[in-house]
Write a protein that binds this ligand. Structure first.
Ligand SMILES: NC(=O)c1ccc[n+]([C@@H]2O[C@H](COP(=O)([O-])OP(=O)(O)OC[C@H]3O[C@@H](n4cnc5c(N)ncnc54)[C@H](OP(=O)(O)O)[C@@H]3O)[C@@H](O)[C@H]2O)c1
Length: 308
């Protein structure tokens, strides 16, 4: 099939281009002008900024894709400028996705697969939730509420793109592996190694992890499948912070995270991470397994979190 990968220089997008080509697909890599030199080896390289609608329309039309994969975010900026990273990522999820849907239609694509997140659910009900759980659009932190609303808008645009353009949303779990924040050289690892990632008392927030290779595998499965809808793409072992954080610190060779009163967590960790470690729910992957025929090659975060 002719497939276009938007975000082809990214943590998931880059290896995805190679994985799709290895399966025999003809792959166009969409990159921005300033990132051209980091483009992966591809059948074609198309250049456009997704926030420039006209440029995107003409680049996508030239590639004539049957399937488009959206792996765009600005989260690489997180380490240096978190506010800009979130603001730009929200624009990519809303405006960028709307532009991509328009470009997909104009180019006659029949399928759109987009990256979303599996940790945006409201912290209500069971410890591990399925895709029907409401999103946390009214989170008390205005920054996280804005992020979740942008996620909801991305999902609405992708799934509501009409009968001619089938939509698939892949809600990835917390990514680990090469290039991610949880890699040995990533921002989260840096904080753990420096002893700046304490464990709030109880540590009962649940995290669902996903290795980058499994994110790539699920995207390949979604490209090749006829299934539509929203899927949690997560490993098989949702885990409480009290379990995974000490394991991660050990695997990194760092100090054991000190325990702090839960009330101090937002100040020391920021609202989002405090929420993740104390209240967040995990995400069940049954639907992706059944409908996409996908399963994680790393069923547990114990298979490598903190080791690469
Ligand atoms: N589920 C999760 O845990 C999760 C989800 C997302 C991200 N993250 C974290 O965030 C970091 C980055 O991951 P990622 O894969 O989302 O991001 P990434 O590796 O930075 O990839 C994002 C892609 O989007 C592209 N892009 C950005 N702005 C664009 C624009 N205006 N027009 C067209 N393309 C644009 C980037 O291209 P350029 O090279 O031109 O910038 C890049 O190819 C990692 O540390 C990861 O752990 C985690």
């Amino acid at each position: 099939m002719r497939v276009l990968v938007a975000g082809a220089t990214g943590v998931v997008g880059h290896p995805l281009v190679g994985a799709l080509r290895a399966r025999g697909h003809q792959v166009s890599a969409l990159v921005r002008e300033e990132s051209r030199e980091r483009a992966p080896e591809a059948d074609a390289v198309m250049v456009a900024d997704a926030l420039d609608r006209e440029a995107l329309l003409s680049a996508v039309s030239a590639a004539r894709p049957e399937v488009i994969v959206h792996q765009m975010s600005a989260l690489r900026l997180l380490r240096d400028d978190p506010a800009e990273a979130f603001a730009l990522t929200a624009r990519l999820r809303t405006e960028g996705t709307a532009n991509l849907v328009a470009a997909a239609r104009a180019a006659g694509a029949r399928r759109l697969v987009a990256q979303s997140i599996a940790f945006a659910a409201a912290p209500e009900g069971e410890p591990v939730l399925d895709e029907d759980a409401p999103l946390y659009v009214d989170a008390p932190d205005p920054g996280w509420a804005a992020t979740v609303r942008a996620v909801a808008e991305l999902e609405r645009l992708v799934l509501g793109s009409g009968p001619d353009l089938a939509g698939v949303v892949l809600r990835y779990g917390t990514l680990y592996g090469p290039g991610t924040a949880y890699a040995r050289t990533g921002g989260t690892a840096e904080r753990v190694l420096a002893g700046r990632f304490p464990l709030p008392e109880g540590g009962s927030g649940i995290m669902s992890f996903l290795h980058v290779e499994d994110a790539v595998g699920a995207a390949v499965a979604a490209v090749e499948s006829n299934a539509t809808g929203v899927f949690h793409v997560t490993d098989d072992e949702p885990a409480a912070a009290a379990q995974w954080l000490p394991h991660y610190a050990r695997a990194l060779g760092g100090p054991t995270p000190r325990t702090i009163p839960a009330a101090l967590a937002p100040r020391l960790l920021g609202w989002f991470m405090a929420h993740q470690l104390t209240a967040a729910r995990g995400a069940a992957n049954d639907r992706a397994r059944t409908a996409l025929g996908w399963k994680p090659l790393r069923p547990s975060w114990r298979d490598g979190l903190g080791e690469e």
